[in-house]
Design a protein around this ligand. Sequence first.
Ligand SMILES: Cc1ncc(COP(=O)(O)O)c(C=O)c1O
Length: 371
Amino acid sequence: MRVPPLDLARVHAGMENELKEAAARVISSGRYVSGDENAALERTLAEMHEGQHAVAVNSGTDALLLGLMAAGVGPEHEVITTPFTFFATVECILALGAKPVFVDIDPESFCLNPELLERVFTLKSRVVIPVHLYGHPCDMQRIVELAGQESGVMVFEDSAQAIGAKTGGGTVGTFGDMAALSFYPTKNVGALGDAGAFVTRYDNLVEAVRMLRNHGQSARYQHDTRGINSRMDELQAAFLNIKLKHVRKWNEGRRALAARYDELLADMPGVITPPVKPGCEHTYHQYTIRVPNRDEVQRRLNEAGIGAMVHYPTPLHLCKALSHLGHAEGSFPEAERAAREVLCLPIFPGLTADEQAQVVTALRKIMEKTL
Ligand SMILES: Cc1ncc(COP(=O)(O)O)c(C=O)c1O
């Protein structure tokens, strides 16, 4: 039996009728962009983020781009982030002509290491983008504290993988000045297409992003600034209004699956399970182990029908698109080591105990052969 990395049909099984009814309701409403479903979604997201404002947009990538645009980021600025993330985090910085400045990761959480942050601030620093990778919260207290000591530096949380995660009792996405959420279908709460959201506590930023996502219009055909088209479809908002009701239960289910993996893998030679930092509530968008001979282990697992994936095999400072920054191998050793060692095991709502046992049995056999 195959174990897929993610089975969305299983995730949607109990709610198919509700999703179809929502689609029918939107179709007959005649309103397909930025309508009542969008407004309801923004209210729910605001509630989930401690009463801050939320703006529905077309993707997590656009939420990042729009936030940086609203913060006035341009070619004269530097934006600090991690080299171990999905490319979108950095793509938005490049899109505005700003310079990405990298800080290596903490090897346990896979997130930007705040102890290395202080040394990279310059007079050009404008924004820090911590990424809550795999659903593990960054050390937001320390990052906000350090950024606060610099003048004019904002913190923009990339919460694409971490909706509902917590640290120190607070919800991820509410610590910084702004946050970006992704509802890409594979995320912990996914739309049935592309969608994302921008979150902030500041009225001026929320107004700026509302305008920027809609061609820079302050009113119909009054283009006050150059924006983009990044409105959310009503269909996607309607689907998300249904799916968001399950986020807490799904995240708890993922934590239970992770605890089971932790237990089953505890004594497996060569395997390092993902630790959780004190005071953190992980959302396990990915359950990521480290193994030696990772590519071979992955290949053999895939041959055995186990959907083990690598997120991400190349740290961004070594990507061709960033070669102009001139980073050589060895510049960010922990990000490079993570890129060589990480392996994400199947985790999703509905994954069964039998399937988890199958993953672990296959991995044990492979580890015995490859160590
Ligand atoms: C860390 C991170 N940032 C940003 C994004 C971009 O989100 P989207 O795919 O919704 O544009 C993703 C999604 O893959 C992501 O994982």
